[in-house]
Design a protein around this ligand. Structure first.
Ligand SMILES: [Zn+2]
Length: 278
């Protein structure tokens, strides 16, 4: 049966409240959604394309909600518990890198062993080759055992060296205040909103908040481009991309327009979340 495949990708800012020290930080999370649809007897190409696109978007949102990268907290340099799977991938990638280098050295070492064996047993080529093969075999076996032991060992990223974790945090994480400061002008996460509507969004200040602050109707600080700090009162009726009325921004300078954006937050994968939407 013919099948149409559709893929869609998106990047979002992921908000984390550190479970170790309470600091808030943000990192870049990017995912791809894949959708497939087959042709029924009466389906037109258009219908099948739409089905595949719908499936791809459903997959994308699921991946964005339940996915996580291994990004340590920029305040205490610790990883969150839900990042362990991603951390294992980082760790495994490192081992594969080392393993790849070892494999690269294997022919060199084997040739070296042949030379050494030929010098040691000048009149016995068979013995020399046997020794060389044994050396290569032992190296491969040692590598396999090390990889297996590594695979079975628990992944504890918070025991990785602090300097490595600090370096990862510096490269990948922004403290929330830093993120809000550079993201208030829009870039880089509002393309979906403003493309084709640039005039409408001219001069708008974007304010990113986690969903929990909307639910609890929190008052959150916002530093405007001029350096003035204002307080924004959230309402539980707020949603992603809404414009906030001036009376919701305390001490707002005239003409101040605020567009609310909602951070991506981690949601554990559940049985129901995995079910295909009807
Ligand atoms: Zn922390």
């Amino acid at each position: 049966m013919a099948v149409t495949t559709f893929s869609v990708s998106r990047a979002v800012p992921r908000h984390v409240r550190c479970e170790h020290c309470g600091a808030e930080y943000v990192y870049h999370l990017s995912r791809v959604g894949i959708g497939e649809a087959g042709y029924g007897l009466t389906d037109s190409q258009e219908v099948v394309n739409q089905k595949a696109a719908n499936a791809a978007f459903a997959d994308l949102w699921r991946e964005l909600d339940t996915g996580a990268e291994a990004v340590p907290c920029p305040a205490c340099f610790k990883y969150q518990a839900h990042m362990t799977a991603a951390a294992r991938a980082v760790q495994w990638g490192w081992v594969r890198g080392v393993g790849g280098q070892a494999l690269g050295w294997l022919p060199v070492l084997t040739v070296g062993a042949v030379f050494a064996a030929v010098i040691a047993f000048p009149n016995n080529t068979d013995t020399a080759i046997t020794i060389a093969l044994a050396v290569a075999g032992v190296l491969v076996l040692a590598g396999l055992i090390a990889a297996l032991a590594f695979r079975l060992s628990p992944c504890e990223p918070n025991r990785w060296s602090e300097s490595y974790r600090a370096q990862r945090a510096a490269a990948l994480a922004w403290p929330r205040a830093d993120f809000n400061q550079f993201a208030r002008n829009g870039d880089p996460y509002v393309e979906d909103l403003v493309t084709g509507r640039e005039q409408e969004y001219e001069g708008v200040t974007f304010l990113w908040v986690p969903p929990e602050e909307i639910e609890s109707e929190a008052t959150v600080p916002l530093v405007l481009a001029e350096g003035q700090e204002v307080q924004v009162e959230l309402s539980d009726a707020d949603d992603d991309a809404v414009f906030l009325d001036a009376d919701r921004v305390r001490n707002a300078p005239p003409g101040c327009r605020v567009c609310l954006r909602v951070f991506s937050v981690y949601r554990p994968r559940t049985a129901t979340a995995d079910e295909e939407p009807a």
